[in-house]
Design a protein around this ligand. Structure first.
Ligand code: NAP
Length: 509
């Protein structure tokens, strides 16, 4: 049994018993353990503020970008070893592990390039100088400087590599040190990545710390210059937002939470057309990729009544071909859920969903491990299908909801989810599309528009691109990450500076 440690104040530190087990979900056996009991988290945060922060703020954007580039290369160089850890601790197939690990390396590389573009500066001007009168001697200018606190990253279990790196990339490039807390269930991969960076001597003191296990009293010690970025369930997000120290210090909290993402087919998508087939392939992939444990996965499928039976038949056929089993075997398409507690949650969610919608396909799954076969549901209740719109079952599960094909109802159905990370729309009809796009945009962080022209070129519904924002309103948490330079702004203070033009030029350059 491996005992995982936390990397705090530039050393690996183990917590006291009792330990929390981490599982190999394929065999449902404990393979590692960890504890954060007794660790001094107040001094870890202080270490980031006093050691890591000054180091990063003294570096230019180009130098911070160079650091990110090395972190990315280290991951890429150890890809196979990391894929193996992902399989053992999360039950991912090789392709699902690559989605997480390559996504991590790619996002770091993207922000490395942005650092190069931002160049030899340590802070940024925001907009142009502003005149207040005819005189050009007294001006106003907004500036953006890094906060002098610590970026606290609390991550979900489902992307132990990407979640760690996408958050870390923006904070480090912004000039703010990181204390990251991965979801405990799958934390081994995050530990491996930090070990790798340390073995290669890449991390300056205090710039990255890793808390492996429960958050303990971490949030009791947050201060007014800190920032929290959270990914996980809406309920935990609310607990964090309401923490007394977070409230007392006005600590900004970015939340990425549950999301009932939708896919909408327009009436012009004829059965058997390229666009129809593209939708079938994409929905089937969204249900099965990473065993459905993706925050962006399609959960609600809105299809006009005329095409609904055909879509269902195609999806059932596709899901019927999916082989659920040991991710170590090449022929396996769908591995287990991440652990026993995730399996319990999904089995309970499927049982509840079965009371509100018809289960039209339930895939076979082997006994023993944390497996569940892909599940397709069907509901004719439209806007009234309350459970389908309100509850995310975080596994290989989605529901088909036929509708009348009108753009207005499509908008209402998407909005009924209460705010989503990503919505896919399939149509070649510009007028219908305009109504739907402008109607769903306030409810959705990202819209994936699929028309016949991009049949073979799209990046896919579920893939988060670092150049585009990731996040969504309402139920999805109301947060926003990534989006190129936009992702850095969370870590900066915008200050309006008013003064004499010569002084502004001399001080701000
Ligand atoms: P979770 O149970 O809410 O846990 C998320 C993280 O919060 C974990 O690191 C967890 O630590 C930590 N945590 C739990 N209670 C805490 C507290 N009181 N104070 C501070 N930290 C605390 O969610 P999960 O089960 O890991 O992830 C699944 C959920 O995440 C799904 O609902 C999914 O939709 C959502 N998700 C959203 C996105 C997105 O980008 N919007 C991405 C991925 C997942 P422990 O692991 O130690 O409990």
């Amino acid at each position: 049994m491996i005992t995982l440690s936390s990397y705090l104040r530039d050393t690996w530190q183990s917590g006291q018993d009792p330990q929390t087990p981490l599982y190999d979900p394929t065999h449902k056996t404990a393979i590692a353990q960890t504890s954060t009991r007794g660790l001094d988290l107040a001094s870890a945060l202080q270490h980031a503020r006093t050691v890591g922060g000054p180091t990063l703020r003294a570096m230019t954007f180009a130098q911070r970008g160079d650091l990110l580039n090395k972190l990315s290369a280290a991951i890429h160089g150890a890809r196979d070893a990391l894929i193996d850890v992902s399989r053992q601790n999360m039950g991912t197939t090789r392709s699902d592990a690559k989605f997480d690990i390559d996504g991590a390396a790619g996002t770091l590389a993207f922000y490395a390039n942005l650092g190069k573009t931002l160049g030899d500066r340590t802070f940024l001007l925001d907009g142009e100088a502003i005149r207040f009168s005819r005189s050009a001697r007294f001006l106003g200018q907004h500036i953006l400087t890094p906060k002098v606190g610590v970026a606290i990253h609390i991550n979900a279990f489902n992307f132990p590599a990407w979640n760690l790196c996408e958050k870390l990339a923006t904070a480090i490039l912004a000039g703010v040190p990181v204390l990251a807390k991965p979801g405990t269930a799958t934390a081994w991969l995050s530990v491996k990545i930090v070990e790798l960076w340390l073995e290669q001597g890449l991390l300056p003191a205090g710039v990255v710390q890793l808390l492996v296990g429960s958050a303990g009293d971490l949030l009791d010690h947050v201060g007014p210059q800190d920032a929290i970025v959270f990914t996980g369930s809406g309920a935990t997000g609310q607990t964090i937002r309401q923490h007394p120290a977070v409230i007392a210090n006005s600590v900004p909290v970015n939340v990425e939470a549950d999301s009932l993402n939708a896919c909408v087919l327009a009436p012009d998508v004829a059965e058997g057309s390229d666009l129809f087939n593209m939708a079938v392939a994409e929905i089937a992939r969204e249900i099965t990729q990473k065993a459905g444990q993706k925050c962006t996965a399609i959960r609600r499928i809105f299809v006009p009544h005329e095409q609904a039976e055909a879509l269902k038949a195609e999806l059932v056929a596709r899901l019927g071909d999916i082989l659920v089993g040991d991710p170590a075997e090449d022929r396996t398409n769908l591995g287990p859920l991440a652990g026993p507690s995730q399996q319990r949650d999904v089995i309970a969610g499927v049982a509840e969903l079965s009371k509100h919608a018809e289960n039209v396909f339930a895939g076979k799954a082997p006994e023993g491990g944390c497996f569940i076969g892909p599940q397709l549901f069907w509901s004719n209740a439209g806007l009234d299908a309350a459970y389908v719109h309100d509850h995310e079952v975080f596994g290989p599960v989605a529901t088909v909801l036929p509708y009348d094909g009108s753009a207005e109802l499509a908008v209402q159905l998407v909005a009924r989810g209460g705010g989503s990370l990503a919505t896919s729309v399939y149509s070649d009809d510009a007028a219908w599309s305009r109504t739907v796009l402008l109607g769903i945009a306030p409810w959705t962080g990202r819209v994936y528009w699929a028309s016949s022209k991009v049949f073979d070129q799209g990046t896919g519904h579920g893939a988060v691109m670092p150049a585009l924002v990731h996040g969504g309103p309402g139920k999805a948490g109301g947060g926003e990450e990534l989006g190129g330079e936009r992702g850095l702004r969370f870590y900066w203070q915008r200050t309006a500076v008013q003064g004499d033009v010569q002084m502004l030029k001399a001080v701000l350059g």
